[in-house]
Ligand binder design. Structure first.
Ligand SMILES: Cc1ncc(COP(=O)(O)O)c(C=O)c1O
Length: 420
């Protein structure tokens, strides 16, 4: 078999594939594995029960069941859900949306694939445009989503030491270079892998740059406001026609329903719907129909604020406390201030081994994390030791397991220091 460049790039070489294979293999090995590697949401019985109730109603009503299973939605997505979402967002935030501002996709991952390649890459005028990631580290899932090489350009952050073993990445605006070849700016907020939440001021400065250069500002809100609202710091949600806001139902607890939501100006939504029609014909209706009653009533917002967010906040606080206790002060360590999402980003300055070697030692002990070096898509391979000194740890799963895993990390780090 001879694979095309597309087949080779996405089918064999993609970093995310080898990472997923590795995690999958370790899990399949059975035994006592502590899974702190993936992005799976935790299991929240109150949310699951409510969704199950709605699913029962859909299945028991013949007309609803026919809509659920027997019709292709338009390429833009399930109409009822879109109408209810537009009403909800206008009521909450006064964004002035119409249904032409919203499209649904099979998970937000596929929305990013379509948007990045719609906006960046080869253009008919001969230019070759890129997506600017103003703050690396960034989401690993963007890295392989480009059909053309060098689709991303990322920028090193400023590192703000906050004391008490905490630090925060900030956008280094002095290093941001927007050229004629910059197609869009993209940030995840909260950020996977770091749990960073870019400040309102940083977001407004990025928006201003986007306006000045007439390019979109893509904001990945997979963990953000208004749902699932995994935010532990104050941050204002914002949308203007300059923004492409990408939301998802996954982290609320239904990743299997594969429902992504894109909110953008009409021109972008029209083009995205066209690409979606070619790739998928239609977006699956299941997630949209399951969540529509929650969106219509606004329950999706109260559920996120009152049920989902407090659970993750508590998990985060317990994980931080467990890691502090496990590390003590025998060797240097930092945690990125955990402001959102479901990850701790651990930094071990001057660690004698790389984060990949640390990952392997932990895997051998049955503790699965992700080596931080994967999370720098678009950053040139320059000499910056920091990118080999970090780990991403997911704290969404069982708390006792997470504490056990964090203890193992502390032990391995201390052992590595001892060995020098
Ligand atoms: C930052 C971020 N964006 C997007 C996604 C994609 O999520 P989904 O395709 O399930 O909507 C993820 C998944 O983990 C993520 O972490």
């Amino acid at each position: 078999m001879k694979l095309s460049s597309f087949g080779q790039k996405l089918g064999t070489d993609a970093g995310i594939n080898s990472l997923m294979d590795d995690l999958g293999e370790a899990m399949a090995g059975g035994g006592d594995v502590v899974m702190m590697g993936g992005g799976n949401p935790g299991h929240l019985p109150a949310v699951t029960d409510r969704l199950q109730e709605i699913a029962q109603e859909l299945v028991n009503d013949p007309e609803q069941f026919r809509r659920l299973t027997g019709v292709y939605d338009p390429p833009q997505g399930e109409k009822q859900f879109i109408a209810s979402l537009v009403e909800l967002l206008n009521r909450e935030y006064d964004w002035g949306l119409t249904p032409e501002n919203v499209a649904l996709t099979n998970g937000s991952q596929s929305a990013f694939f379509m948007l990045f390649n719609m906006l960046a890459g080869h253009h008919p005028d001969g230019s070759n445009r890129h997506i600017l990631l103003p703050l690396a580290p960034e989401y690993i899932g963007y890295g392989d989503a480009g059909l053309t090489p060098d689709l991303f350009k990322a920028v090193r952050p400023e590192i703000d030491e906050l004391g008490d073993n905490l630090f925060k990445y900030r956008v280094d605006f002095s290093q941001l270079e927007i050229t004629e070849d910059t197609a869009a700016i993209c940030v995840s907020r909260p950020t996977n892998p770091t749990g960073n939440v870019l400040t309102d001021e940083e977001m407004l400065r990025l928006e201003q740059l986007a306006i000045e250069h007439d390019i979109p500002l893509i904001v990945d809100g997979a963990y953000g406001t208004p749902f699932p609202d995994l935010m532990y710091t104050q941050a204002s949600p914002r949308w203007t026609p300059q923004h492409i806001l990408c939301l998802s139902l996954s982290k609320l607890g239904i990743p299997a329903a594969r429902t992504g939501i894109v909110i953008a100006n009409r021109e972008i939504i029209r083009a995205l719907s066209g690409v979606n029609a070619i790739m998928n014909l239609a977006t699956g209706s299941f997630g949209a129909m399951l969540a529509e009653p929650l969106v219509r009533s606004g329950e999706i917002i109260s559920m996120s604020r009152e049920l989902v967010q407090p659970v993750y906040r508590q998990k985060m606080e317990k994980a931080v406390a467990a890691f502090r206790e496990a590390m003590g002060d025998d060797c240097p360590w930092r945690i990125h201030t955990p402001e959102g999402a479901m990850f701790l980003w651990l930094w071990f300055p001057d660690l004698p081994i790389t984060s990949l070697a640390l990952y392997q030692r932990l895997k051998a002990r049955g503790v699965l994390v992700v080596s931080g070096h994967y999370f720098f898509p678009g950053l040139p391979d320059e000499d910056w030791p920091h990118r080999h000194q970090c780990l991403r740890v997911t704290y969404s799963q069982d708390e006792a397991d997470v504490a056990r895993g964090l203890k193992a990390i502390a032990e391995e780090v201390k052992a590595a220091w001892k060995e020098g």
